[in-house]
Write a protein that binds this ligand. Sequence first.
Ligand SMILES: [Zn+2]
Length: 256
Amino acid sequence: MQQLFLTDSHCHIHDPEFFPDGAEDIYLRSLDEGVYRMICVGTDVRSSQLAVEFAEAHDNVWAIVGIHPHDASVGLEAVEQLRPLLSSPKVVGIGEVGLDYHYNHSSKRDQAIILHAQLTLAVEASLPVCFHIRSGFDDFWPIFNQYKLRGGVLHSFTDSLSNMEQGLSDGLMVGINGIVTFANDIASIVQHAPLNRILLETDAPYLTPSPNRGKINESRYIRQIAEFVAQQRDISLKEVSKVTEANCDQLYFSKK
Ligand SMILES: [Zn+2]
């Protein structure tokens, strides 16, 4: 197999809720297959703390900390509890934050309040933001436009091309994961997203790409997503690796 360098820019392999036996094997297998960076994303205070701990214990892992819109009802103290984590050199962003009106696990009002607080934190800390927006773009843009962020990504983007265009014009990246490999209506995103704005992510343990559907997702399957992009765009896998790594460097690993 051709050796490639890829980053899994969004996963939850650090979370014992999904990986009760730990993620050591997943980490080592991913390294073996050329995934030399994995970015673990928090969804609440506890999982953010665990993401930072996992990153600090593993050379090739970094962390993003934040409160998911599902958990927005926890209140603003939770955002304050994220603050001490930002001093870790392994923290590269705030996320995943946003609006989820598909499930509405928290009220729209609570989601907006906690999103505002976390965007304020991102501006203060000069960190990029990983956004989770589902069925909430109409309310999202007016909030987003109030902040001068250092950049961000629309993680697991599955919305309309017009919302993608809006994000691109605001300087955001587009997060592409395994969904594109099995949901035909979403595959067109891969055709339309400019290569210099695509970030590859697994969102493990969710959204396992074809042909591994049915298995639990892990970071090494990022290769299948890269292969799908290469096929759709009619470019080499090496080219996909080159551009997406550059995009990831620019968003998460450039000097503040
Ligand atoms: Zn996620």
